[in-house]
Design a protein around this ligand. Sequence first.
Ligand SMILES: [Cu+2]
Length: 148
Amino acid sequence: MTRLPLLALLLTAPLALTACADDTPAPVENAVDAPEPLGTAPAVDDQPVEPRMEDGVQVVDIEAGSMGFQPREFTLQAGVPARLVVTRTVEDDCSSQFTIPAYDVDTERLPLGEPVAIEFTPAESGEVEWVCGMDMQRGTIAIVTAAS
Ligand SMILES: [Cu+2]
């Protein structure tokens, strides 16, 4: 219920400002749009995500959402049990199946909104590819040697 008055304030504020400025053409749309490109940082998605440790298992949460599988790149340690928890949050069929061919991992059809755990132990260091069921999305798992 409190949202409506707030929204009304946000909408009327730029109008009130432009009403005071006689000369300048009202750049209301620019003022609203400008902050968004600055705020989006696509580079973040390119950073390999590191797993978190849970009871000796390295865990990576993967969301199959409107941007496809995220994160696309992540690291795992060789010789340490791994768990990828994949949650599909969109109907999109392209994000409904996650596979790691090198490890015979295949989720088949991911249920909507229900986390699915993939468990395997990366054998040796190197790059391993994951792909969606349609072979359209793919990404890299960088398997690194565990620090001793
Ligand atoms: Cu696909």
